[in-house]
Design a protein around this ligand. Structure first.
Ligand code: HEC
Length: 201
């Protein structure tokens, strides 16, 4: 679920930026008529995209174990860019419209930075970490090395992504299947966590 949401969020963000970019270019090049036409044609799409962008964004925030400070800066920039854009396009003010587009681009730059936190983990890996600590440490330990009741040392695993996903989904010997306990998205997130933070460490 969470990874699916993340992908939808990216898709909405890309669409949102594209619409924004075309509008800014049209405004800057004084093609007022074309701009009006484009605004009319994309009105519904833009509403859907903006809603999807915000809804997936908010959902993802609720899934994050902790919200990094930079994230607040990013949200602040996005929130600030909206009234600037509304006024900018209404009044055909090039400076405001460009500034607003610039804020959106900067906030994406920040999003990229937030995605890679200090330990190199991704947001998905962070979601996976929470699930791992709740469900898996009993046998595998915090660092994956515990190997209780015949469990494998996860830091030594030779499995690739699919292999890890399959074991978690189907289970093996004394490790139970997590199908139905965890959603496919959660299993995906735990697998990413194992690969980025435990494997080979
Ligand atoms: C009841 C103890 C137990 C729990 C809880 C448990 N595991 Fe396991 N796990 C095992 C055992 C035992 C094996 C070894 C299975 C085998 O190969 O015989 C294993 C193997 C694995 C492997 C394969 C490693 C390899 O290199 O073959 C992965 C990946 C794994 N577990 C992930 C997880 C994750 C993720 C969770 C939590 C969602 C979890 N395990 C919870 C006992 C457990």
């Amino acid at each position: 679920m969470a990874t699916g949401m993340l992908h939808s969020h990216y898709l909405f963000v890309v669409l949102f930026t594209l619409i924004y970019m075309v509008k800014t270019i049209l405004l800057l090049s004084d093609r007022d008529e074309l701009l009006e036409k484009f605004k009319k044609k994309t009105k519904v799409l833009e509403m859907i995209v903006s809603f999807g962008f915000l809804a997936t964004g908010i959902f993802l925030m609720t899934q994050m174990p902790q919200i990094p400070n930079l994230m607040y800066v990013k949200i602040g920039l996005v929130v600030l860019s909206i009234p600037l854009a509304v006024i900018g396009y209404k009044k055909k003010n090039k400076v405001l419209a460009t500034l607003s587009f610039f804020l959106i681009v900067v906030s994406f730059g920040i999003a990229q930075k937030v995605k890679k936190d200090k330990s190199g983990g991704t947001i998905v890996a962070k979601m996976g970490k929470e699930i791992y600590e709740e469900k898996c440490t009993l046998c595998h330990g915090n660092d994956g090395k515990l190997a209780m009741s015949g469990a494998k040392d996860l830091s030594m695993t030779q499995l690739d992504h699919m292999g890890i996903v399959t074991i978690i989904t189907e289970g093996k010997n004394s490790m139970a299947s997590y199908k139905g306990v965890l959603s496919p998205g959660q299993i995906e997130a735990v697998a990413v966590y194992i690969e980025t933070d435990l494997k080979g460490k």
